[in-house]
Design a protein around this ligand. Sequence first.
Ligand SMILES: NC(=O)c1ccc[n+]([C@@H]2O[C@H](COP(=O)([O-])OP(=O)(O)OC[C@H]3O[C@@H](n4cnc5c(N)ncnc54)[C@H](OP(=O)(O)O)[C@@H]3O)[C@@H](O)[C@H]2O)c1
Length: 286
Amino acid sequence: MLSKRLVSPAARSAHADPVGSLELKTLAGKAGPSVVHSFKGRVAVVTGSSRGIGLGIARELVGRGAKVCLTARNAEPLAEAVRDLGGPENAIAVAGKADDPAHQEEAVARTLEAFGRLDHLVNNTGINPVYGPVLETEEAAAAKIMAVNVLGPLAWTRRAHAAWMGEHGGSVVNVASIAGIRASLGIGMYGVSKAALIRLTTELGAELGPQGIRVNAVAPAVVKTKFAEALYEGREEKVAKAYPLGRLGVPEDIAGAVAFLLSPAADWITGQTLVVDGGVTLGGGL
Ligand SMILES: NC(=O)c1ccc[n+]([C@@H]2O[C@H](COP(=O)([O-])OP(=O)(O)OC[C@H]3O[C@@H](n4cnc5c(N)ncnc54)[C@H](OP(=O)(O)O)[C@@H]3O)[C@@H](O)[C@H]2O)c1
């Protein structure tokens, strides 16, 4: 059974309808109905999803009826995440390195084996193993960042395309970063990789649109996960002051935006990057 806490408030109050149809719901305290898209009958691969933003995205999709394949390097947290999502009826997990071709191939094959299709791909895995100026980033570290953050999403998309989407269509969301749209001192090489991912999103959006495949991205600011701990731990209130919406992000903030871009609600949107940042890039102040 799906545990209650993994279902977002929006999905929880909705009626499930057949594949790809709308779910009508009424938001408590708001006049009139609004619309949430069901993912019932849909299947997604979400990379880097044993915790943090990836798990938040998987939770949102399963909460709306999707089956998901989770990936990460470590098997035990993955197994825990599968349990959290209601077990093998809703989710499978494949452990491996996101930039390893054999792992990519296995995850896609096992998804098709378990659930019979692959409608959505979320390229969420991203790494930032070094801090410091771009010129001081070791070449091996820079190459690894590009391999995981840029060539990884390209390879996963290629595999999803070959295995399912090229014939049946689908939608892809890449998890970029606001570091990819403005200078981010200290994490510059990571920013370069996320800028390349945003550009890859544009290119694939244009190339794959005629095949019925949409490719979009989200660009989050600081979201409270293990990955970003060093950026806010012990000084969250101070850091949040720069955010017009008054707080740092949580995985649910990103999950809702990703679900929107994957869903038919975004049927006429491709190649775009949606900034999800509490307003921090607006540049307020004098
Ligand atoms: N948090 C933020 O503030 C923030 C802001 C902007 C963008 N982002 C982006 O959001 C995405 C997710 O970040 P997060 O904050 O959710 O990170 P997180 O909480 O650290 O989670 C990362 C997930 O990816 C897996 N992973 C890490 N390296 C991997 C690799 N080489 N191969 C396969 N799996 C790997 C981790 O599991 P294992 O360790 O077991 O592999 C874990 O499941 C990243 O692309 C990041 O760049 C995050």
